[in-house]
Design a protein around this ligand. Structure first.
Ligand SMILES: [Zn+2]
Ligand SMILES: [Zn+2]
Length: 47
């Protein structure tokens, strides 16, 4: 897979895309479990 966008949170090369907002996100700002970026995760906290 090739995602050429940059993470909308930090600007690093993104590897995934948020299912909610559609924004590109890097591994650090994307939760594969929920399929959401950290911003859409919102109040929920990573454990
Ligand atoms: Zn990022
Ligand atoms: Zn999002």
């Amino acid at each position: 897979m090739s995602v050429k966008d940059l993470c909308h949170v930090c600007g690093e090369p993104a590897s995934s895309r948020c299912d909610s907002c559609g924004g590109a996100a890097c591994d650090s700002h994307y939760d594969a479990g929920s399929g959401l970026c950290v911003e859409c995760e919102g109040g929920r906290r990573f454990s």
